[in-house]
Design a protein around this ligand. Structure first.
Ligand SMILES: Nc1ncnc2c1ncn2[C@@H]1O[C@H](COP(=O)(O)OP(=O)(O)OP(=O)(O)O)[C@@H](O)[C@H]1O
Length: 600
């Protein structure tokens, strides 16, 4: 049975863009090729030497035949030397080809590495909105196809196209020198007709190839869908129906493959006809000259050997042509990623954030993710240096948005945010983000060990610092209970640890970062009451001497805050200490009473 693959749709190459893509790719590749200029040069020399050895083989064959022609019953010294030379040339041709591959392989792989790294860095420079809009799977497919396309282009350029062009020129020159320009002319015309025919037929065949691929994809998707819904099929006794539907897709696939095969027949037989025609013509020409004693039998065999040798790599021309166009399209998609410039980046004269105290101010901040849906409206508040401010409000009120804006994940619509009087849009992103540590609402962990996930907060932290962060986040008991301790792997996206454990890992990670400003976004939401109390104690200790912003649903966790900001529909409804807000009897008091009732 054919393998099941996902129905990934490939973009179709368009001729219009090929030239620009090729130009862009070459411009991009140039620095890499230049960096390895000696290696590329050596690979080219190996290529020329390998081709020269191959090109000398028919010549050696000619001399063997000519030498044997008069001495049919004796292997004289000369033919023996020629035979050894023939064998040597054959070996040298293959060996030098391998040397060329080994030399150039490093260049290709290095170019793939450089390009892969550039895209990766570029993707990390793009803002959150870009990543939320795009499917990560799609991007990684673009990168994979793009780098493979690059490797294909480089390899085929070096191993197929350039050597074949070299061979065409060499054979033409050899024929013109040894025989007459007519031989060269026939060869050149035959090669030109062959290339023209292959390109035209390959273009025509494309639709059949595409049809066959699409039929293959839909058939596979259908099979997967049906097998995934195994239970539903059984519930409704629809095995027969499923088989019929699957077979109707298979029939379409069969039809498409038939057309594809017939078009391949047209291509291959047309190519064979052109080769046979050219060889017959040249052999006929050579045979008449042999009869007229102008050429030897060895010459006749040599002409034949050169033609067969010349057309051998051209057999792959249809495939190479199609794949090069596909590679260029894949590269275009990847290069397209580079065209997307970061919307959030350092301004030309961005300064380092000079953090003296850590006072944060939101001044008349308005923001929306999408037009016509305001999230924050004219919001102003100040978090004095070293104080703890809590933000509360209904779900969707815009609390986490405040944290994202402080990190400058988005640009504001109006207003500004300052830290110690400096507008955060005018300082470098790196210095800004370095100053803030966050325990996010949804902690996502890397698929590595608990310790490595904590170390991520400050990769150069000492082991003692990590241990200290572990104990501050009340993780010691949990870690010692694990057979593999902090070397335990957390699984993909941290799915192998519980929500509360994940939050404590996130707290340890944030502690390790040692930033003067701390944000806790629902940092205890996944914890039971006793762990919550422990964590709150830890948070209090960590937050001492820090400016901290605590976003919370459960009001009991923030009663000790210096100031509580109540958000309602993206606006500041009221603010004050727990006691003063309760006394005021407003929104906060109402929320408090509601939560108290729910607890009882
Ligand atoms: N990337 C986004 N694109 C569009 N809308 C968004 C985006 N992120 C958040 N929102 C919307 O913005 C509003 C505020 O979101 P935010 O995450 O700040 O709420 P919150 O007050 O933290 O809520 P919760 O208490 O449920 O976490 C929500 O209505 C949300 O649907």
């Amino acid at each position: 049975m054919r393998g099941m693959r996902s129905a990934a749709k490939q973009p179709e190459p368009t001729k219009r863009n090929d030239a620009t893509n090729l130009k862009q790719t070459l411009a991009m590749l140039w620095p890499y090729l230049w960096q390895f200029k000696y290696r590329v040069l050596l690979a080219l020399l190996a290529l020329i030497a390998a081709k020269a050895a191959t090109l000398l083989m028919p010549l050696a064959l000619k001399y063997i035949i000519d030498a044997l022609d008069g001495n049919r019953h004796q292997l004289l010294m000369v033919p023996v030397v020629l035979l050894l030379l023939y064998g040597g040339l054959r070996f040298a041709g293959v060996f030098l080809g391998e040397v060329r591959d080994a030399l150039f392989g490093r260049v290709t792989e290095h170019a793939m590495r450089q390009l892969g790294l550039r895209v990766f860095q570029h993707l990390h420079s793009l803002e959150l909105a870009f990543h939320l809009d795009r499917q990560t799977g799609g991007i990684s497919r673009d990168i994979e196809r793009g780098t493979n396309g690059l490797s294909f282009l480089m390899r085929f350029l070096m191993f197929n196209i350039v050597p074949t062009l070299f061979e065409i020129v060499a054979v033409t020159v050899i024929f013109a020198t040894l025989f007459s320009p007519l031989y060269s002319l026939i060869t050149l015309i035959a090669v030109s007709v062959y290339i023209f025919f292959t390109v035209v037929i390959t273009e025509w065949r494309n639709k059949y190839t595409r049809e066959a691929n699409q039929a293959d994809n839909t058939t596979n998707s259908r099979a997967i869908d049906s097998l995934l819904n195994y239970e539903t099929v059984k519930y409704f006794n629809n095995e027969q129906y499923e088989a019929q539907t699957y077979d109707s897709f298979l029939a379409k696939w069969e039809q498409a493959r038939l057309k594809n095969r017939l078009s391949l027949l047209a291509l291959n037989s047309g190519q064979a006809f052109i080769i046979a025609g050219a060889i017959t013509l040249l052999m006929w020409l050579a045979s008449t000259e042999v009869v007229n004693k102008q050429l030897t039998l060895g010459d006749l065999v040599m002409v034949n050997a050169y033609m067969i040798q010349l057309f051998l790599p051209l057999n792959f021309l249809g495939f190479v042509y199609r794949e090069i166009r596909r590679a260029l399209t894949d590269l275009e998609n990847m290069l397209g990623l580079f065209k997307r410039k970061p919307l959030i980046s350092d301004t030309a004269d961005a300064q380092l954030l000079q953090l003296t105290q850590g006072e944060i101010s939101f001044n008349q901040v308005s923001f929306n993710y999408q037009q016509q849906r305001p999230i924050l409206q004219q919001l102003s508040f100040t978090i004095p240096a070293g104080s703890k401010v809590a933000i509360v409000g209904a779900s969707g009120a815009g609390k986490s948005t405040i944290a994202r804006l402080l990190y400058r994940f988005y640009n504001l619509n109006s207003g500004n945010i300052t830290i110690d009087g400096q507008d955060i849009s005018q300082v470098t992103l790196d210095s800004l983000r370095r100053s803030i540590a966050i325990v996010p609402q949804d902690t996502v962990l890397f698929n590595s060990s608990i310790r490595d996930n904590i170390r991520y907060g400050r990769p150069d932290a000492s082991e003692a610092d990590i241990d200290h962060a572990i104990s501050l986040a009340y993780l010691t008991d949990f870690i010692t209970s694990l057979p593999q301790g902090d070397a335990t792997l957390v699984g993909e996206r941290g799915l192998k640890v519980s929500g509360g454990e994940k939050q404590r890992i996130a707290i340890a990670r944030a502690i390790l970062k040692r930033s003067p400003i701390l944000i806790f976004d629902e940092a205890t939401s996944a914890l039971d009451s006793s762990s919550e109390q422990a964590i709150l104690k830890a948070m209090r200790e960590v937050a001492r001497n820090h400016t901290s912003l605590v976003i919370a649903h459960r009001l009991s966790t923030i009663t000790d805050a210096d100031n509580i900001i109540v958000l309602k529909h993206g606006q500041l409804a009221e603010q004050g200490s727990h006691d003063s807000l309760l006394a005021a009897g407003g929104e906060y008091a109402r929320m408090w009473q509601l939560q108290q009732k729910q607890q009882n």
